[in-house]
Design a protein around this ligand. Sequence first.
Ligand code: VTB
Length: 329
Amino acid sequence: MSQTGNVAALDRILTLEIVRVTERAAVSAARMRGRGDEKQADQAAVDAMRRELNALPIDGRVVIGEGERDEAPMLYIGEEVGTRNGPKVDIALDPLECTTVCAKNLPNSLAVIAMAEAGSLLNAPDVYMDKIAIGPGYEPGLVELDVAPEENIRRLAEAKGVAMSEITACVLDRPRHAHIIEAVRATGAAIRLIGDGDVAGVIHTTDPDQTGIDIYMGTGGAPEGVLASAALRCIGGQMQGRLIIKTDEQRERALKMGIEDPNKIYTHNEMASGDVLFAATGVTDGNLLSGVRFGRSDIQTESVVMRSSTGTVRWIKARHNKLEKFHLD
Ligand code: VTB
């Protein structure tokens, strides 16, 4: 469906409702910030997100979640959430994107959710995905997954009208990316290495003037690829992704999820189609969002919420009264 499609498909009230979901998850995770315990931080975010999701007037099904049913007791793939009185929706979520970062209290951990008309989010298995993404305003297919990094940088610099040395590529700091890093640097372009968090990494390409990032390249989680695609559908920009399916077991899992061609290159429009909502709240401070602040009498959160059908992007700074229910978390 086009971006001007059925505006009423997802109740527009949900646009604001879903922010509560990421706010609650972020506040609960933030209580575990910097304590060196990733599992506890993640669990706190999962519990809070599930509680809040189940209060939403939706008939929801988790398609990207905490894992398969046998490995994740909550928010597993296939779990039904919401009050069931409302639109049928697919949900992709990451209650705490960057658990390690949160445990160390380093920048860019987020609580993230995307919601879309039922059947419109790619049911991606929890494998790796090759990704490339740039911001809005470029012709579709300007950069391509199967083109050498040098050529992608050249094309982007030319289209942006700047020297290659004025382009910055965001790449996850992993040994597997050594060849990309070397190739990009050989063009004169700069690399921004990030420790974790490629959902934020991809979103950063949508506002290079603010973030200093023009392009995201490299291999990260497939679930994070679907979440980032949902954001790009709303905010603009383009992405390509290809699952990395190596074993028979992964191939079977993908097939069960409806993926017949494991080598297919998906565009962001294919990973997240239909009417999509996307929301994220900062847990720790980051380029995109400030982290949760615990004040004397209130808790402050910063979130972004977007909707594909209208292209509206809202930045929401909230003060939650500590005497109210947040106090109970
Ligand atoms: C990325 C990143 C995540 O996993 O997807 C990355 O966005 C990829 O996997 O925050 P490896 O860490 O195994 O390289 C995370 O870092 C953690 O989920």
